[in-house]
Design a protein around this ligand. Sequence first.
Ligand code: FMN
Length: 432
Amino acid sequence: MADLRSNFIGIKSPNPFWLASAPPTDKEVNVRRAFQAGWGGVVWKTLGSEGPPVVNVNGPRYGVVYGADRRVLGINNIELITDRPLEVNLREIKSVKRDYPDRALIISLMVPCDEDSWKAILKQVEDTGADGVELNFGCPHGMAERGMGSAVGQVPEYIEMVTRWVKQHSRMPCIVKLTPNITDVRKPAEAAMRGGADAVSLINTVNSITSVDLDLFSPQPTIDGKGSHGGYCGPAVKPIALNMVAEIARNPATYGLPISGIGGITTWRDAAEFMALGSGTVQVCTAAMTYGFKIVQEMISGLREYLDDKDIAMTDLIGRAVPNVTDWQYLNLNYTTKAVIDQDACIKCGRCYAACEDTSHQAIAMGPGRVFSVKEEECVACNLCLDVCPVENCITMRELAVGEIDARTGRPVRPYANWTTHPNNPMAQAAE
Ligand SMILES: Cc1cc2nc3c(=O)[nH]c(=O)nc-3n(C[C@H](O)[C@H](O)[C@H](O)COP(=O)(O)O)c2cc1C
């Protein structure tokens, strides 16, 4: 059976599945139950320094986007960092770590941007025996307005400065958690590395308004007639997170910087995708909030089975897809496919026809009896028919071999050529 034990920047855990810093990790009772359910690690909900208390709203904290079956696709939250007293959290962390020495226990931190505040809290966290710290430079609401969270994460110089303080004043491994609310995520990751971070984690939540109440004319969640932007997470943000993880994993400037992947992970498959793009561990929040702690058991058995079927070690999965992430100009422009409709599977709904006829390349014909067929001479292989078809595998794409005649161009399919070498590229011609 595949070995899922993980050693991430020296932090050991029995599996790579960690709970992200959020309500599921806000207190001892939750974290103990999470560990009992099988989570390999936990990032404790963000602690702040002593000072003005953190005050949350007393109305709804969440706005939700549902799929057609009322499945939760995304959650927007306007919650702040922990509002529980620091000393209570520290006492609980110590007690949990004592009883679960084999699990990863990372403490998320967010304190004002001055060296003394960081120095003070690091000492207190170190005394708990926790395995490491995660610097929360990502929360986009509430704390950002006070110069913390994403207000730091959006300025690479601040990231570098604070990370350096943390490494100077603590022996603990340091993970820098990045905000996605930025143009180029490589820059904050580079700054974290310059500051001495042992790893980065991403993504924190995406700035968002999930919906507007059309009677109150206020964003939801609505607090006494008004709303504010919040942080979006859950399956809807997974594609954004995967891209950002890949951008960092393949950036030569941060090559080898360990990554803890976060964002919409709900199944073992999601986790495996993050790992293939370079994540050494993964963190989960929304899936646990939606389905409970035991969801980790499916993740563990699914990942194990996948690795066994593939006959690869988990360490071989990590980063395995990174060399295949490239820039558009390096894609093979001579790779040619054509849509094929399985007439036995077709339910004659006509979605492929409507989509192709109205919005794409008029490459699907509708014959008598609503028989749909592909006009290969028009098909550009855009995939839209397959994407909108409600029957899985009813439409597939057939790859043309090199030398086979493409009915659309009337020419044989040529061997590999990307845009940098393509004959239609004037720059390529000039270079010849
Ligand atoms: C209600 C809520 C509170 C959160 N609080 C924190 C927090 O205190 N610190 C932090 O770093 N991230 C916080 N997050 C962000 C999560 O840790 C995680 O980065 C994000 O939810 C994406 O993961 P997911 O798609 O699995 O939910 C919070 C998320 C939610 C939904």
